[in-house]
Design a protein around this ligand. Sequence first.
Ligand code: FAD
Length: 369
Amino acid sequence: MNIKTKCVVVGASAVGSAAAYYLSKKGIDVALLEEHPIAGKFHKCSGLFSKKGLEKTGLKYKESILNPIRKARIVFPEDEFEVGSSIIQAYVTNRQKLDEMFCEQANHAGASVFFNKRFESGFLVNDKVLSNFSGNFSAESEFLLGCDGVNSTVSAVFGFPKISSDNIALAYEVEIGNCNIAEKDKVIVFLNQKKYPGFFAWMIPVSESIARIGVATNKHEKLNLSKQNLFFEKQIIDILKGKKIKIIRDFYHTIPIQIRQTTQKSNVLLVGDSAGQTKSTTGGGVIFGTQCAKIAADSIESTIKNNIPLNYEYLWRNDVGKTLYAHRKMREVYNWLDNSSLNIMSKSFKLFNGPSLLSKYGDMDNILA
Ligand SMILES: Cc1cc2nc3c(=O)[nH]c(=O)nc-3n(C[C@H](O)[C@H](O)[C@H](O)COP(=O)(O)OP(=O)(O)OC[C@H]3O[C@@H](n4cnc5c(N)ncnc54)[C@H](O)[C@@H]3O)c2cc1C
């Protein structure tokens, strides 16, 4: 089968589905192609998103909410403190449900959705993009959006610069039932350069009895040790003790913690994890990825309707890119610190009333995912 359309979007997870939605809403012809038989990331995500960020997507998400989050406890090697208030800052969601909801909304807005279509190769010919998919499926389009995640085939096929492996964190997360969670509106974050080098560990409550417990590190060979360390944390032992716990699911996945050097080549754009549009500090990528999808759709619309050269690369870097660069710098500084500097940092933060100032004035949108 061969189709002709204005835009091809590869990958029907959160970002690709959002991109297809925004383009369709503008009346632009879109085909959204996904390698799997259904949309989504199959729960391989903590699913924690700031309330404001979800609102900003402009997409319906409320049916995916599992648990509201108001507070965070930050555990340093020798110290800990809490931030937050009585206000809902974020939601723990059913990530798979959210992805499927986004995809349905794209479809409803007019995008043609094709499943079981894996992007395999592509060419640029006279301002047209020719793409080949599994199952003898090909597409001719004016624009191609690679929303195909951190191991993007679109980026490899079109020769985009690589993200080096030390800028990709390796993560493990397990969802456990029958836990004892005292405060189900509080996430716990563990910062410790010895135990969790180059990233952090977390506990995200899904309810009073279900927790998502995970860890990520950019030292891939240390992940197993980091996992062991996490299950020796006092707060985790407390949550798991008592009843017979039940493993609901677990998974390994990767998180890009650096923006790709180039995200646009002619009319081929990378959006979301394929572009490295995640916050290097937290690994959160859905809110920023969908914002970049919106920018891509605006830029494509200007090109189609007003003949303005496609300017996606400049536009997103000049907008959300600034926040992402700030996160990258914070990650670089953090990775440079050892545990004793972390302890000094947390103590000084407390001394200068940091936690209550952060709770009062901090924009969780820029801190959380
Ligand atoms: C452990 C962990 C926890 C996380 N927690 C959070 C969190 O709490 N909050 C947050 O904001 N972010 C979180 N993230 C990051 C978040 O999951 C990603 O930023 C987000 O999924 C990126 O969305 P995406 O659509 O760009 O890519 P993906 O979700 O990876 O989707 C890529 C899509 O492309 C499809 N695809 C891939 N290759 C092809 C191909 N060749 N042809 C066709 N289709 C293809 C895939 O099947 C998939 O549907 C977490 C990540 C990890 C690993």
